[in-house]
Design a protein around this ligand. Structure first.
Ligand code: DP6
Length: 361
């Protein structure tokens, strides 16, 4: 498909007002997206586990307005007006205007809340932008005749991508690929697709416990970090490596090779942070406690023959990944040895999930 395929035909119906609610999860990348071209096109393919408990719930109410000159909307987080969210949403609306011809016809009220602690440092852009994209698609579906589920899902992911790249991987689950990869049929730079190949039972109900190491505002936003990959001395190798790692992962998933999984996933996490440290200007998002946790995980793995591993996103928090059959032991280990490194002892138990859900009024 091309972007033009998402430009709507004139709508068949007209509605004056209404509201839709979607709950959409966060996701955690195994092969990382870091570096993008214009229009939110990724420099390399990425793959993620969709999460289950970390979600944003968004209600989008809309009512027809008389003037269609500009966008009109308000944003509420947990019932309180959030004007600092507005610039990001305005940028999003501008980017998707061509693909949703009704955007200037309505005044929108966006009411949103997260299941994870407020300002926990967990990226809420993936769950937030995907929930909003889904609400907008629900409006388009009402205005259109006979929209297929496949088109709805693809376009929701396409729109979410224009809000925040990783958000396009939050519409469905449990493993989502975004970015064209030669071995993955149907993969696209424009939207996320379900991983179509065989996945061994070892990865069923995979666990992710998120250790909240630092809840502060990031010093460098993802958007700035992505941009620093332009002219980065290692960029080309990194992008090639991501393609190769995704190829390797297809074998790992097929065979259920947990040792190879651990190596690949941790290498991806550290490579992501290595790219940040070798950008110009350079920066470090890990904190001392991030490293303490990583070392503890390595020691635990050796001492117990465990398959637990870590990954990181663009921040100091650590995602501890492990198979379901290790849940009891790993949780004990986390409580006994890792919680001490978490801010206020906070962590979130999550696991692989299956994507967004519409909530009926
Ligand atoms: C490190 O999707 O937050 O989490 O497209 O600029 O909104 P924008 O960036 P964003 O970048 C996420 C990067 C990452 C890796 C990943 O999720 O693949």
């Amino acid at each position: 498909m091309s972007p033009d395929d998402f430009i709507p035909q004139p709508y068949s119906f007209s509605i004056d007002n209404g509201s839709f609610t979607w709950s959409s999860p966060s996701n955690i990348a195994l092969v990382k997206y870091w570096g993008k071209k214009d229009n939110q096109i990724p420099e390399n393919p990425s793959i993620s586990f969709t999460l289950d408990h970390c979600k944003t719930i968004t209600t989008l109410s809309f009512s027809k307005k008389t003037s269609t000159d500009d966008f009109s909307f308000e944003v509420l987080l947990d019932g309180e007006q959030k004007d600092d969210f507005k610039p990001k949403i305005k940028t999003f609306f501008k980017r998707i205007e061509n693909y949703l011809s009704f955007l200037k016809d309505y005044h929108f009220t966006i009411e949103t809340s997260n299941t994870f602690p407020h300002s926990s440092g967990i990226a809420s852009s993936a769950s937030g932008m995907s929930a909003l994209a889904l609400c907008l698609m629900s409006i388009e579906k009402e205005l259109s005749e006979g929209m297929s589920t496949d088109y709805f899902t693809k376009k929701a992911s396409f729109l979410a991508r224009l809000g925040s790249g990783s958000a396009c991987r939050s519409i469905e689950g449990d493993l989502i690929v975004w970015g064209a990869h030669e071995q993955i049929q149907g993969s696209s730079d424009l939207y996320g697709v379900k991983y179509p190949l065989k996945v061994h039972a070892n990865f069923k109900n995979f666990q992710d416990t998120i250790l909240l190491v630092d809840k502060g505002e990031k010093q460098v936003s993802s958007t700035v970090g992505h941009n620093l990959m332009h002219g980065h001395p290692f960029a080309k190798n990194r992008f090639n490596q991501a393609h190769a790692n995704l190829s390797k992962l297809t074998k790992i998933f097929e065979l259920g090779d947990l040792d190879a999984f651990v190596n690949l996933v941790e290498s991806e996490a550290l490579t992501l942070h290595a790219m940040m440290m070798t950008s110009m200007p350079y920066f470090i998002l890990m904190k001392p406690n991030t490293l303490e946790i990583i070392n503890k995980i390595w020691a635990y793995r050796i001492a117990n023959g465990s398959k637990v591993c870590f990954t990181l996103d663009a921040g100091a928090n650590v995602h501890v990944l492990y198979p379901e059959n290790e849940q009891e032991n790993v949780l004990k280990f986390i409580k006994n040895e890792l919680v001490a490194y978490c801010q206020n002892g906070q962590y979130i138990c999550d696991q692989i999930g299956f994507g967004a859900n519409q909530i009926q009024e």
